[in-house]
Design a protein around this ligand. Structure first.
Ligand SMILES: [Zn+2]
Ligand SMILES: [Zn+2]
Length: 61
């Protein structure tokens, strides 16, 4: 569950639900995985996903 705190948006790893260290550095130190963001809903997704698990948008890289 994401939580809005002022302007800062907290993001969580889709694999382990750890909070990501920084939205500007979308990398989970627990999973050692780079996180991408959906262009539509801006939720964090595992990089190997082809389709957003939240809104179904196709992910292009
Ligand atoms: Zn993780
Ligand atoms: Zn999405």
């Amino acid at each position: 569950m994401t939580e809005q705190k002022g302007q800062e948006m907290r993001c969580f790893c889709p694999y382990c639900d750890e909070e990501l260290m920084s939205a500007n550095l979308p990398f989970c130190q627990m999973c050692k995985v780079t996180i991408i963001y959906c262009s539509e809903c801006e939720k964090p997704l595992p990089r190997d996903k082809k389709v957003c698990i939240y809104c179904g948008t196709e992910i292009k890289d």
